[in-house]
Design a protein around this ligand. Structure first.
Ligand code: COA
Length: 227
């Protein structure tokens, strides 16, 4: 298996990214698909594309995808309460998401106190080295939802994780989600206004988590999410 990663910039600003793991014979078609994504993205024109193709040498861990739910008026706070995530942690998370700083990855907060537990400052922690397999060929899953579902499944697979809140930084994409192992992947409509790159991802954890080991899993372990 090979890992394929694409990221595209404009003026050194991140515009879009994508990644998967595939067989040798699928490399060419995947690169073509990612070229299209890079050049025709709603976030704007690009002046730089980076492709990274690497042979996978570590064993791949298989994870079962979270289940998707969608309700008209889903509420972040009530989902969070059901996972024992305290108000103060939600407030902090929303501050990170609405701030002017665009973090390049997720922020990890203590679900009880809201204290930030990762030390990545403006970078954030990125879930990477993963792939999504739509085993049932379900047509409700477009590429964007597949990516988000894969990332959410990896994040929430650790027993010390209580949940995750995500708002896309894509300009006009206003559907966010709250995910947890207990409640699945819950889509939240109109989570932000259109025409803004404001967004972010926050992971709520139990303070007892071994954070180094968790970050190593998110960033480096090859993960296959099966739907
Ligand atoms: N958002 C913003 N900036 C990003 C980024 C992202 N998702 N991914 C990479 N960058 C930028 C950062 O400046 C990064 O430097 P940093 O590590 O100091 O933050 C730099 O590119 C190099 O990152 P690197 O990890 O070496 O990139 P890569 O080529 O190995 O992987 C991605 C690129 C986009 C595939 C990967 O980082 C990633 O984010 N995968 C998650 C999947 C994804 O983004 N799907 C699309 C959903 S919108």
């Amino acid at each position: 298996m090979y890992s394929i990663k694409m990221r595209a910039n404009n003026n050194s600003k991140h515009i879009s990214g994508a990644e998967t793991m595939c067989q040798f014979c699928e490399i060419e078609s995947t690169v073509k698909r990612y070229l299209k994504k890079a050049f025709y993205h709603e976030n704007g024109d690009i002046d730089f594309i980076n492709f990274k193709i690497e042979k996978i040498t570590q064993p791949i861990q298989t994870l079962s995808s979270l289940v998707i739910y969608q309700k008209e008026n889903e509420n972040i706070r009530s989902l969070a309460y059901k996972n024992n995530i305290k108000d103060i942690a939600i407030e902090k998370a929303l501050k990170y998401i609405k701030s002017e700083t665009i973090y390049r990855g997720a922020i990890i907060l203590c679900a009880e106190s809201g204290e930030r537990l990762d030390t990545s400052e403006y970078r954030g922690i990125r879930v990477t080295n993963f792939s999504f397999k739509n085993q049932n060929n379900s047509s409700i899953l477009n590429e964007r939802v597949q990516d988000a579902l894969a990332i959410a499944t990896c994040i929430n697979s650790h027993e010390s994780v209580k949940g995750e809140l995500c708002v896309s930084d894509d300009l006009n994409y206003t559907i966010g989600y709250f995910a947890s192992n207990l409640l699945g992947y819950n889509r939240i409509f109109n989570i932000k206004n259109k025409n803004t790159r404001q967004g972010g991802r926050v992971i709520f954890v139990d303070r007892s988590i071994d954070i180094e080991e968790y970050i190593e899993f998110l960033e480096n372990k090859p993960k296959l999410v099966v739907y």
